[in-house]
Ligand binder design. Structure first.
Ligand code: SF4
Length: 297
């Protein structure tokens, strides 16, 4: 069996930066992280053994003054900073600079247009409702932004008001372009005169991975996609892998390896097996999968 790990898989710049910040801040004393630092249970556990405590919003509201809270790469809405200020909590802001810039753009757009006459505009976010990054983006508009996940949800938009469209950083470029096209065609069907301003704010750190990942998937007989079950980026990249190679299996940890491989009818020893993952998958986890796989006869 020939086993290889995709060199382009693993943490993106924003996640690496947040994890480095957590590790260096842990050296200075107790540290909490608001939400899972990354959508990968194994990496969360690893950092928890080093002392990082994962908390939720209810915990944030009851933390004692001077507690230190790290904000992960996804970013947070202004209300989180406000709560921290009120409670005297020290924030260690590890929001990815790409997300921060997007938050600033959405806030600037909202501030510039919120009092437009005669019709107030709609800020629309192409993203996953409830996703941490999307909550942070919506917060820049005082909660007024409309979140839609696909062109099937156009009925949620008001085609009498100008539309300013932005994207969650990890959505697909194809999906964004399809949505822009669908909105444009609806505007023209309704003979509406409204303005559509579409801002492609998808992070190229993720978008550029798809072609590389698909090439890697095609070059192998079997692909093991390692990802967290809570990660939307993992689900998206896994589906691209599956499209390129139907023999792609999703696994969250090396413990699932034998069970997943038992679904294959092939004789592994003669095959090329590729291991890859999402922007939230640590390299060490892909290496553990490789090491366990190499012990399978
Ligand atoms: S995917 Fe891009 S925007 Fe999101 S955390 Fe990674 S580098 Fe930042």
């Amino acid at each position: 069996m020939i086993i290889s790990i995709d060199q382009n898989s693993g943490f993106c710049f924003g996640v690496t930066r947040a994890i480095n910040a957590a590790e260096s801040e842990l050296a200075n004393g107790p540290l909490c992280c608001l939400g899972d630092i990354v959508h990968n249970g194994q990496e969360v556990k690893r950092l928890e053994t080093k002392g990082l405590q994962t908390i939720d919003y209810d915990d944030l509201r009851t933390l004692p003054a001077h507690s230190r809270v790290l904000l992960r790469a996804h970013g947070e809405p202004p209300s989180t900073y406000w709560i921290a200020r009120q409670r005297g909590i020290e924030i260690i802001d590890a929001t990815c600079p790409v997300v921060k810039k997007l938050q600033d753009r959405i806030r600037a757009c909202y501030e510039a247009h919120k009092n437009d006459e005669p019709l107030p505009p709609q800020i629309v976010i192409y993203g996953k409702p409830g996703h941490a990054e999307v909550i942070g983006l919506q917060g820049q508009t005082n909660g007024t932004a409309v979140v839609i996940e696909s062109a099937d949800q156009l009925d949620r938009l008001d085609f009498t008001r100008p539309i300013y469209l932005f994207s969650q950083t990890t959505k697909s470029i194809e999906g964004f372009n399809a949505l822009v096209e669908a909105i444009q065609s609806q505007i023209s069907n309704l003979k509406s005169q409204i303005v559509l301003e579409a801002h492609d704010t998808i992070c190229r750190n993720v978008a550029n991975r798809v072609a590389e990942l698909q090439a890697f998937a095609r070059a192998n007989d079997i692909v093991l996609f390692v990802g967290g079950t809570k990660s939307s980026n993992a689900r998206v990249l896994y589906s691209h892998c599956l499209e390129a190679n139907p023999n792609t299996l999703f696994i969250a940890s090396p413990d699932e390896l034998e069970e997943k491989l038992s679904t294959l009818n092939s004789q592994l020893s003669t095959l090329k097996v590729g291991i890859c993952g999402a922007t939230s998958t640590p390299l060490w986890l892909m290496e553990q999968v490789r090491d366990k796989l190499s012990l399978i006869p």
